[in-house]
Design a binder for this molecule. Sequence first.
Ligand code: ZN
Ligand code: ZN
Length: 84
Amino acid sequence: MRVLALKRDHYCCAQCQRNGRPFEPANTVHHIISREDAPELALELSNLESVCAACHNKLHPGKAFRRMKLPDRKPAQTVRVIRM
Ligand SMILES: [Zn+2]
Ligand SMILES: [Zn+2]
């Protein structure tokens, strides 16, 4: 699957192409929508993007940061009582 995405993008980094460097070699396949968010898209070619390692690191700024971005699960029963 990785190879299919790389071939489609001619082994060039899609992120670099957007930044005006069309021939940066890609060696990584990035999931545009992460596998956790959409497991059914994990093998979807349209959800894959060939990127170079440098760009991929920018797309994933560390796992700790990722974890912080997850919304805190607040108890749903927090009901505000409004006095009339
Ligand atoms: Zn790149
Ligand atoms: Zn990725």
